[in-house]
Design a protein around this ligand. Structure first.
Ligand SMILES: C[S@@+](CC[C@H](N)C(=O)[O-])C[C@H]1O[C@@H](n2cnc3c(N)ncnc32)[C@H](O)[C@@H]1O
Length: 456
């Protein structure tokens, strides 16, 4: 590889949280560098698109630098902001949101201070660790190496996850070392082990481990090794095998097998309008930081005002809709994942909530169906919490034509959120309030709530 070295000033960061500088008038990303750093990097001369610089030396540190807590900090692609003090992290995130909203920001918008984390360590209730193997057969189980994805390093401990996850990971690695089972290799659809998902309900302490494997029959794991994996995970943890059935041209199918322990975990949330309990199945989405999710939901619900009917689009296991149901007359949750909908229905019963129901399906398609029924009541508020890609065009179209009085837009991607909101503003909405909530300390990720009201 032909390389050169360069000295750079880090001015900003990219969406993944890597430091961003300019080299020969084009952007260059430098993992583990933060704004304000002056660094020496090694650059691959041949790299074409966005250049990547390997940090060789910190020439002069940013005034926001602190010592990272993690032994893997110089390699891990996970939480690249560990070397920035937490106040600077939240300031950068707030500035990022304002930049994403750009010309949409005006003096009439109430921009509330970010809700930051009281305890920014050991917070994640879900982690995914990848299996990887090189040509020599060396085995790696952990997280991706920054600037070198999909290469994986062997992770010993992770300070944003609870300690039991690192301990469980090392037991699973010890099993793998002697198992003879191969890591999955995507380019050839060969091998077995894809990734290990560990989940926890932080309020109850219940735990879950899911081994994600290939569905290719020739790489099926011998039953004896499945049982050894199960033993390696440890007692008291719900253990699952999740097979990914990949077939060209057809959406991937997942088949789950419960091996031992509890079949689900139950999380409790302490919310302003009372506690709620949520059953979470292996495949169901749940916000990754339970304590901050409580604050997120409280902030979103505080934007409601006794509405008659609220739609909760992309509702997952129904968490946000159930939090909202105590402040309004009726809620309809819409969610694509059938497992999450089953959980949502059970969760409503568990919490004795009779004013919320769920419809399974694609948000846009379900709205088309609901709104075509002549006796269908129109919602006066719609909550949306889509994946990072934002609203699809059909859902956006329905919002623009349905025109509820209020839209509460929750997002983990301020760029797609601002983009969608720009279109809604063009259809007669005004942004009333922005409220960011930090669910992801030491990473560049941020959750943001926007309250929109219909103005004409
Ligand atoms: C960011 S999560 C939000 C979940 C929920 N609001 C919460 O706080 O737990 C996004 C959810 O959207 C669902 N989803 C993704 N695409 C969808 C679609 N086209 N229609 C309906 N739901 C979808 C996912 O399954 C996931 O549960």
């Amino acid at each position: 590889m032909e390389t050169k070295t360069a000295e750079l000033s880090i001015e900003d960061f990219c969406a993944r949280g890597y430091g961003l500088a300019q080299l020969d008038r084009s952007p260059i990303e430098v993992a583990h560098a933060i704004p304000g750093d002056r660094v020496k990097v090694e650059v691959n001369r041949r790299s074409r698109r966005v250049k990547k610089g390997r940090l060789l030396e910190l020439l002069s540190p940013s005034s926001d630098r602190v010592s990272p807590r993690c032994a893997h900090a110089s390699m891990c692609g996970g939480c690249c902001w560990q070397s920035m003090n937490y106040d600077a992290q939240t300031a950068h995130k707030q500035a990022y949101i304002l930049r994403a909203f750009g010309d949409l920001i005006d003096a009439n918008i109430e921009i509330l201070p970010m809700i930051s984390c009281a305890e920014p360590w050991n917070y994640r209730n879900k982690m995914e660790f990848s299996f990887s193997q090189n040509r020599a057969g060396m085995k790696y189980l952990g997280l991706m190496i920054a600037h070198a994805e999909p290469y994986v390093f062997n992770l010993d401990s992770c300070h944003i996850a609870p300690p039991w996850m690192s301990e469980c990971l090392s037991r699973v690695r010890a099993w793998w070392e002697q198992s003879g089972v191969m890591a999955y290799y995507p380019p050839q659809d060969s091998g077995s082990l894809r990734y290990l998902t560990l989940r926890e309900a932080v309020r109850s302490g219940q735990k879950m481990a899911i081994l994600n494997i290939s569905g290719q029959a020739e790489f099926a794991i011998p039953e004896e090794q499945v049982q050894r994996f199960n033993e390696a995970v440890g007692s008291g943890i719900g253990v699952f095998l999740r097979t990914h059935q990949i077939c060209k041209g057809v959406p991937t199918r997942f088949v789950e097998r419960h091996l031992s322990g509890p079949e689900f975990i139950v999380e409790k949330m302490h919310l302003t309008h009372g506690d709620l309990e949520f059953k979470i199945s292996p495949a169901s989405f749940f916000q990754p930081h339970t304590i901050q999710a409580e604050k997120l939901y409280d902030a979103a619900v505080s934007m409601l005002d006794g509405e008659r009917l609220v739609y909760d689009l992309y509702c997952g296991t129904g968490t946000l809709g159930m939090a909202a149901s105590r402040s309004v007359l009726e809620v309809i949750g819409i969610e694509m994942n059938p497992e999450a909908v089953k959980d949502a229905e059970e969760n409503a019963r568990r919490n004795h909530l009779s004013n919320i129901r769920f419809v399974q399906g694609d948000a846009g398609a379900v709205m088309t169906r609901l709104l075509s029924q002549s006796d269908c009541a129109r919602p006066d508020a719609v909550i949306v919490d889509p994946p990072r890609a934002g609203l699809d065009s059909l859902t956006l179209h329905h919002l623009q034509t349905l025109r509820p009085k209020k839209i509460i837009y929750v997002s983990c991607n301020p760029v797609t959120q601002a983009d969608n909101i720009r279109k809604l503003v063009g259809s007669g909405y005004a942004i009333q309030r922005l409220q960011a909530v930090d669910q992801f300390p030491h990473t560049a990720h941020i959750e943001n709530i926007a309250l929109l009201t219909r103005v004409n």
